[in-house]
Design a binder for this molecule. Sequence first.
Ligand SMILES: *Cc1c(COP(=O)(O)O)cnc(C)c1O
Length: 234
Amino acid sequence: MTQTSVRENLLRIQERIAEAANRAGRGAEEITLIGVSKTQPASAIREAYEAGVRHFGENRVQEWEGKRAGTDGLAAKWHLIGHLQSNKTARAARLFHSIDSVDDFAIAQRLDRTLAEAGITGKLRALIEVRVAPEETKSGVEIGELPKLAESFGDLPRLELAGLMCIPPFLEKTEQVRPYFKRLRELRDELEKKLGLRLAVLSMGMSHDFEVAIEEGAIEVRVGTALFGTRDIK
Ligand SMILES: *Cc1c(COP(=O)(O)O)cnc(C)c1O
């Protein structure tokens, strides 16, 4: 099998983003592609950067610490998209531009405190990960706990709550995933009304379902395999 290049893959993804946006009456420029580079070497990240990708998602703090030197000088934004353990929180606060997977107040508080202690004045962007399929996934805040967690960001001046993220179950037929994406958008809309906050970002959709996510309002899509090729299972 011939490997297609990251550049070719990116062109195809951009077409698919544009088509999905078009179907939903949206502009393709409203949607940010996050290249999910977990398990990929720094060289692959550089290749994607050269092709035009400007946002990258990693799911493990330690893995990112090991390979970030290889991406020195790239003016990209780095997102943590995986579950954050409390003993990694302080490092994560310094290494990423955005923590897209906050699901617990203690973690958010620790991030805020780390930034305060480091004397960092800018705000760190954060998304709340919502458990839209409690029967299938472990990470993410329960829907019933979401309003309380979102409200608590009001006490954390160094974090900017920008929106919500979800990882729906993997279902072969992408149409079956649609209700989960729709649910996240509705939860966001309810939360905006309830708290009087603007929560612009919906991070949802991966390689096999990002088009449906865009039709349901995704602002950021997290695409790994379709961009970089299949991951080696370690
Ligand atoms: C791995 C991962 C992705 C990307 O998955 P693909 O199916 O390879 O596109 C997106 N989001 C999260 C949170 C991930 O862990």
